[in-house]
Design a protein around this ligand. Structure first.
Ligand SMILES: [Zn+2]
Length: 435
């Protein structure tokens, strides 16, 4: 694939510049670890991101960037079709953007690097053998809640820019570093808040952990809630009621059939490596009010994960139609149909694989890993769709990984931290050019 045109100065001495960038990243290894540890120590469950945002803002000011730290306007956010429900106030938990103003005065291409500072709970704590808020390094791993998802990526993107600037290299285009809140719950809201504030660029990297694979696509998802009616009765006279657990199990089994049938029909080349094409994943099953009572209601909740190509509206219709069929085949449910509510959604996307930015990132990934870089899709969702679908920017997901994300003993590989920082630094100079 053809690479994008570069400013003349970059083409003439790319080899020298590359070495300069890589040497500077190497010299900033200690900064990378120190900064990531401080960021992990700033506990930041969704809704409590203030301290982590402050750590990012302080670092970005240290780099002499134009730093904007602001609280999202909830009313403005909710008026956008992509906004997801949030149970938190936006007070005291700012989004933070640092902007390096391109040396070409608007002449170079701009690049935006995005990461979310919020993390999921480390509970249950007794499953951990390390301090989830410690940032301890052991055997090439840095441990802590958020190490992989995704404070590691944030550290890489900030230290990548620091390394470039410290080497005396002046990117021609603007470089924006965006540290947002509210991705783990209310996915997309933090990034949408930044887009609505006017921050956008000619290309974006969302630095979620991808094991250094370039991912120009992600799944969309529907969060669904199915309420299955029953009818209460004394347990000794259960024939007078309708057991909502029994009816809920019928629905649960039907969802498994739906997953199998849909996965057989809907496939996508960037998702060929995953065992299930359309995961339908219940994660809550609640029923029962009192002992001795036939359960009057069952509520099942979960996600349906989509592929690029079909909107969440398509899948909502499909699921609704299917549940009607399921209800029609059961005497009770046919007259007491389950109710489907969609409580959260975000859209899948895929970037054109011939987009120059995708090609550039693929080449850079091969450069830093020494292996041919294959493209695939993120097996889940993140904020990248806001940048692609609503910001109209070519967007890839790329970052360092480890293990234990959303589980115990989460860590990020120190080697991958270094390689991801190299790649992001190279992406800054190659995409934005140098003055
Ligand atoms: Zn994440």
């Amino acid at each position: 694939m053809a690479l994008p045109a570069h400013p003349q100065s970059l083409d003439t001495d790319w080899g020298g510049l590359r070495q300069q960038v890589l040497a500077s990243v190497e010299a900033h290894q200690e900064h990378l670890i120190t900064f990531l540890r401080a960021l992990i120590q700033a506990r930041s469950l969704t809704g409590q991101e203030g301290a982590a945002a402050a750590v990012c803002a302080a670092k970005l000011r240290e780099l002499s960037l134009d730093v904007d730290a602001w609280e999202i306007d909830g009313a403005q956010l909710r008026s956008h079709p992509a906004a997801n429900p949030s149970r938190f106030s936006y007070a005291g938990r700012p989004n933070v953007v640092g902007r390096y103003k391109g040396a070409a005065g608007g002449g170079g291409r701009s690049l935006l690097l995005n990461g979310h500072v919020d993390v999921v709970s480390p509970e249950p704590l007794d499953a951990w053998t390390r301090d989830p808020w410690g940032g301890e390094v052991k055997d090439n791993r840095l441990y802590g809640r958020g190490a992989m998802d995704m404070k590691g990526g944030i550290a890489c993107m900030i230290i990548a820019l620091e390394s470039v600037l410290a080497a005396g290299i002046r990117p021609a285009g603007d470089v924006l570093v965006e540290c947002v809140i509210e991705e783990e719950e209310g996915v997309g809201n933090g990034t949408l808040g930044s887009l609505l504030r006017g921050y956008t660029a000619d290309a974006c990297i969302v630095t979620e952990g991808t094991h250094l694979q370039v991912q120009p696509a992600m799944r969309g998802a529907l969060r669904w809630k199915i309420t299955v009616p029953g009818s209460a009765a004394h347990g000794t006279e259960k024939w007078k009621g309708a057991d909502a657990i029994e009816k809920g199990i019928i629905v649960w089994q039907a969802l498994r059939h739906f997953e199998d049938a849909m996965s057989a029909i809907h496939t996508h080349p960037l998702y060929a490596g995953y065992p299930i094409s359309i995961p339908v994943a219940p994660d809550m099953f609640q029923a029962g009010v009192w002992r001795g009572m036939v359960p009057p209601e069952c509520v099942i909740e979960g996600y349906l994960e989509t592929l690029p190509g079909q909107s969440t509206a398509y899948w909502e219709d499909a699921l609704r139609a299917y549940l009607r069929q399921v209800a029609a085949s059961d005497p009770w449910l046919s007259t007491h149909p389950p109710r489907l509510d969609i409580t959260e959604r975000y859209e899948a996307y895929e970037e054109s694989l011939t987009d120059p930015f995708v090609a550039l990132m693929q080449q850079i990934a091969s450069d830093v890993t020494g292996e041919a870089a294959t493209l695939n899709g993120l097996n889940g969702g993140c904020d990248a769709y806001i940048r692609h679908v609503y910001g109209n920017s070519p967007t890839v997901i790329f970052g360092p990984s480890g293990g234990g994300a959303h589980g115990a003993d989460e860590y990020v590989s120190v080697d991958q931290l270094r390689d991801a920082t190299r790649a992001m630094a190279l992406a800054i100079v190659r995409w934005c050019g140098v003055a």
